[in-house]
Every structure is written in C-alpha cells, then in structure tokens.
Design a protein around this ligand. Sequence first.
Ligand code: NDP
Length: 593
Amino acid sequence: MEFDAKAMREKYRLEREKRLRDDANEQYIEISGEYAHFIDDPYSEPGFSREPLERDVNVVLIGGGFGGLQAGARLREAGVEDICIVEKGGDFGGTWYWNRYPGAQCDVESYIYMPLLEELNYIPTQKYARGAEILAHAQAIGRHYNLYEDALFQTQVTETRWDATINRWIVSTDRGDTLRARFIAMANGPLSKPKLPGIPGIEDFSGHSFHTSRWDYDYTGGDADGGLDRLAGKRIALIGTGATALQCVPHLGEAAGHLYVFQRTPSGVDVRNNAQTDMEWTESLKPGWQRQRMENFNALICGVPQAEDLVNDGWTDLIGKMIRVFRESRRQDLDGKAISEIMEAVNFEKMNEIRARVDELIGDPVTAESLKPYYRMFCKRPCFHDEYLQTFNRDNVTLVDTDGQGVERITESGLVVDGVEYEVDCIIYSTGYEVGTSYASRTGYEIYGEGGQSLSEKWEDGARTLHGMFVHGFPNCFIMSQTQGGFTVNYPHMLDELAAHIAHVIRHAQDHDIERIEATESAESQWVQTIIDKGMNGGALGGEDCTPSYYNNEGKPNDRIRQGMPYGDGPIAFFALLKAWREEGKFDGLELG
Ligand code: NDP
C-alpha cells in the first residue's frame, strides 16, 4: 500500500463523526400540508375529471413504473386477464415519469436496465439512455401488453382493505373508485416520495423553489436536454450533491447567472463513458441476449467469475474487482493477511483513484479538496459523470461546502452557511426520498389485512414477509420490493424476477380455482429469521460504520432496519431460491384455499 491505511481510517472516522446527528432520519420534512405543492404533478393537466368507478377486477397493480409494467407484462404472457394498473402520475413511467430534470439518464447500462427490450424489439440509442427515451419505452411496454386498456391515471390509492367475506381487496382511490380485486400487487418503488431537508427557516424563503423530482421548466425554460434559458441572470441554489444533483449541475451551471451548490457530503464520481449504440453490434445479437447480459452483469457484481465482462462499465469494474480479490484471498489467504484488511485496501485504492480524478479535473485546490469523498466505496451510491466536476471550474459556479453540517438556515432571501448569507432567486431541492419511514407515509395509502390490522402496524418493529413478497394476514397480496428480497443495482432485473414469480402464483390460482393464498405464520417467521441470520452488513447497504445516508438510516442502523434488509446471500442465490420453489411446485410456506 502506497498510502497510510491507519491515517485514512482515522480521516474516514472523523468525517463520519462530523455528520452524525441525533435526529438521524427524523431530520427531514415530510412533504404534506403546507409543503404539499412540492409534489404536485407538473407534467399533466390538473383539471382532469372522471366518474368514480365501482367494479370487480382480477388483478390491481398499484404503481405504473417498471414494477407494475413488468408485472403486467408477465401476467399477460401467463394468460392472466383483467388487469388494472392504478397510477398517481398522468402516464406510465414511475420514476422516469417524475424525474425529468435536465440531464436525467440511467446509471446502469440501458441494454440491461430497460426491461423487455427483446419482447418489444427495441434497442436503446445510447449505452446510458436519456430519461425521455426511458419514459417512452415505459409507455411502449404499456401499449405492447395492452396495459393502457384498464389503467387509471392521475389516481392515488387511498386505502386497500381485505374483505374476508368475499375474499377480495377493496381498493379505494382519491377519485372515489371502489375496486374489488381478487389480487393486488404493490409496485410503489423504493424511492417514490420526495422529502425536504429540515433546515430552520425553510418556510420563510420568499423566492421560487421546487424539488428535482418535479422540475419546473416554466421557471427554468429549456428541457431535459438543457437550454435552461430563463435562468440567465438568476441566482440559483441547489441543495444536495447526490446522484440526481450530479446530473443536473452541468446544465444549471451552463444556464444560471450564478449557481451555488450547497454540499453536505460529496459523492464519489467515477468515469461515465457514454456512447452511441453500435449498430453492427446490435445486428450480431442472438435471441436471449438481454437476459444473458443481465445475468452476466449480475454475476460479475456478485463476484462470480465470467468468461467475458459484457457490460464492462464502472459497476462491473468496481464491484467485480473488489469481490474477485475477496474470493481469491479466501482461497490463497494472501500473505496471511485478514480478508477484511485486503478488502479495505482495495477499497482505499478505488477511492484514491476517485479522489485523484478530482485533482486532475479541478483547477482550484481548495474546491478540489472539498469535492473529495472520504468514506468507503458503497457507503453511498457510487456515481458516474464526465461533466459534473468540471462545472466547478466555471466562474459563475460556487461550491458552498458546509463541511458535513448542511445548510445552517434559510432566510426570506437566501441561505446561510457559516454565518454567510447567499442571496438567491430560487432554491432547487435535490434532497432525495423518504426511506425507512412508515409504509403509509412512503406510499400515500394504508393496507389493512385480515382483522383490520394495517401493514404499518404489523411492520412497526420491522418487516415480516415470506420471500419479501407474501405477508401472513394479508392474503392474495404481493409486494414488489428489495425488502427481505434480492437486491441488485440493476433494479429492473430484480423486478422481472418478482414479476415472473407473481405471474406463476396467480396463474396457478386461476388454473386450480384457488380463492385465497396466504403465507403461513411459521414460514414468515422462518424467513424473517433467515434475513436476520444472514445479516447483510449489519443493517446498512455499505456497512454499519459508514458515513450517514439513506443506505444506513442516516448513520443509525437499528434492529428494525436490519430486519428489512435484502437476503444476505445476494440476488443470484435469491433468484435461484425462487426458481427452485416454483419448480418444486409445492408452494411451500403458502396456504392455498
Ligand atoms: P440522495 O438522497 O442521494 O441525496 C440527497 C442529497 O441532499 C445528499 O447530497 C444530502 O447530503 C443532501 N442534503 C440533505 N439534507 C441536507 C441539508 N440539510 N443541507 C445540505 N444538503 C442536504 O438523493 P438523490 O435524489 O440524489 O438520489 C437518490 C437515489 O436515486 C440515488 O441514490 C439513486 O439510487 C437514485 N438515482 C438514480 C439515478 C440514475 O440511475 N440515473 C439518478 C438519480 C438518482 P448527505 O449526503 O450529506 O446526506
């Protein structure tokens, strides 16, 4: 090692200490009441009205993002009819419907990230497609599988309640609908409710403000490709420097009179290397190529050696390299060093590379030092961009580094950090999404199972499921999420595995006139114990001693959070477990009636 590991460890510890706060996840402001306008839909006409519906439905899918669409697609393929997707946005797309900020692009390669490419005979135009193309693809999936037919848009589910007398879910909406559903599947997405920072005085600001997930193009001008011409001469504050902020900063920097980026913790920003799709390559593709590519990527990021790295990007390089060293070290016990020491060294090296990149790209040494992340890789979501860092070389862009403390105060006319007030015309909040709050707060509706118990109550001390999908006391109900399931950074891959599973179970129920499917209490308890025993990283995606973020309950992982972690043996083992369960055909752990 060419660096002092002990000194680095101490630096990481000190940087983490600075950021720990007693209020942890309580520091944020829920968007409701006086803040509710922050989540109004800027993309659809608000005046739309229709008569309330009252009808029987075979399957209600809550959420029209990739989760709902993939479930709908696999159900259609399995011959299941009468599917109704209920979606609060004005169209399909989910996160890609809401996130239309300038520069939005996928971070996982589009050839594996965008679902059902072969089914739709579509090839993305770039290795990392732009948001508009991904949104258009979501809509194309809706058309291809005829999912528009019964979809209810601009409709928010307000409650779903199990009626044991008729074995149906009564799904109520804000448009007065009553749907009697045989099955429901919740595809709400893991990061769907934006949040605001709990900065004192936030309500006093008299200028303009919005959250990145509801971009106000009326105010900024331009579109998702940039050209934000109405920002000329304006002083703009952006709060936050996560994966979202990174993508819009270059456009804001180009257009604003002055841009102030308020940073609490810098992201690690690796090379992006986007490219147009090579048409010759697309012609060489053989049927089954997308699944093969998805599995190749997933294997590499799980440390399973492959003959070839098909995706060959920052993810496979990073994770693959680290995990390969880990596996090899286990075999050879390199120089008798502890495995954890070797992993730590690889991690230090990778982060040194990322910090060196900042020095290469940033002219001013003080700004460069502020932009360097001092924490382990995967403590926060790794980011990839080729223009973000360079934006701070512009004369009209100022990085306001809060040294881990966040914005001190917001006034009527600006933001205060370290006693200095920065007057601005507009504040853009790039401050992320609710994680770890109650189910009802994140989704906007409560789900009441057998005997009227709510899911939030049932999960008060931690999630309880079988395979992350079935819940005892909540029959005929499927959850699509990574909680107690198989998390992979290629999230739609996981959704497809869940969609196939749901389609299999519903098809079976349909073929055998099964009215009611429910996880048994003992199967649920066993699965919860399995999740705890396999204990993924002590309850934090990056590790317990990481700098605070939504990956570790803002630095305070607890038993409740630990219980909601994904399956500790990783996504490959989890997907294999589901497949074996289906093939066995015993529906183990479920009571079918
Ligand atoms: P994040 O939660 O990652 O970032 C929120 C930002 O707000 C952080 O930089 C945080 O600082 C900062 N912040 C919060 N409170 C304050 C405060 N009081 N003062 C100053 N700063 C504050 O949200 P994002 O929307 O960036 O990303 C969320 C997730 O969405 C990503 O992790 C990723 O999974 C996904 N995403 C994916 C993309 C893609 O695939 N293309 C693009 C964008 C997002 P701190 O770090 O100190 O907490």
